[in-house]
Design a protein around this ligand. Structure first.
Ligand SMILES: Cc1cc2nc3c(=O)[nH]c(=O)nc-3n(C[C@H](O)[C@H](O)[C@H](O)COP(=O)(O)OP(=O)(O)OC[C@H]3O[C@@H](n4cnc5c(N)ncnc54)[C@H](O)[C@@H]3O)c2cc1C
Length: 178
């Protein structure tokens, strides 16, 4: 396998490096709390305004639609530039957004995806339960559709950043599991 960068990829690296040099926040990320939330969302917004948000998301959903190699170069350059950790935007950008792209209705995509990319909403992850950790097949929390509502019965634990989040990607059991 030839891992040498093509001229196009070298140009891409140069443009990523130039933008990061000029835009990576110089002030330290505040300790975990509301100020860190504001800091992370502002950094996400700055990347959005610069055209660097959602680099692996399809173009039709506001991303850059970049290749795996371009993503790797972007993350390398981010690390070399001392860019801040994705922090509060982790679940929205890396999990909830791509899941919505794959499975959601157009209405939900149109509502949520721009807000995630622009750094306007924080998502948390509701996977673990008292009786289910790595073994997600053991999930027992139930979700029943009742008109416009999803009625949820059961327990979740380990929900990092729940107190700061606007939305949660919540795993619920809807079938009988037979
Ligand atoms: C700091 C922190 C933050 C977290 N934040 C979140 C969050 O935001 N949202 C959320 O949903 N969860 C969160 N979690 C929970 C995390 O996802 C769970 O800890 C994880 O799912 C493991 O579950 P468990 O601790 O019950 O361990 P278990 O699932 O009981 O696993 C214990 C050990 O058994 C092994 N094991 C499990 N199943 C098998 C198997 N079938 N075969 C062989 N080995 C196996 C595991 O590898 C592990 O070594 C967080 C955890 C931590 C520590």
């Amino acid at each position: 396998m030839d891992l040498a960068l093509t001229p196009d990829l070298r140009d891409f690296r140069e443009s990523a490096r130039t933008w990061l040099e000029e835009n990576v926040p110089r002030e330290p990320r505040p300790p975990l709390g509301p100020d860190a939330r504001d800091f992370d969302l502002a950094w996400q917004r700055r990347q959005f305004d610069g055209g660097w948000a959602g680099i692996s998301w399809p173009v039709e959903y506001g991303g850059r639609g970049l290749t795996l190699l371009q993503q790797m170069i972007w993350f390398e350059e981010m690390a070399w530039a001392g860019g801040p950790y994705i922090g509060f935007c982790f679940v929205g950008i890396n999990q909830a957004g791509p899941t919505l792209i794959a499975r959601a209705s157009e209405e939900l995509k149109n509502f949520h995806l721009p807000r995630i990319l622009r750094g306007e909403t924080v998502w948390c992850q509701g996977f673990s339960e008292p009786g289910a950790g790595s073994d997600l097949v053991s999930l027992s929390l139930r979700g029943e559709v009742d008109g416009d509502h999803l009625v949820v019965n059961g327990q979740k634990i380990w929900t990092s950043f729940a107190q700061y989040a606007d939305y949660q990607e919540l795993l619920v059991r809807t079938g009988r599991g037979e």
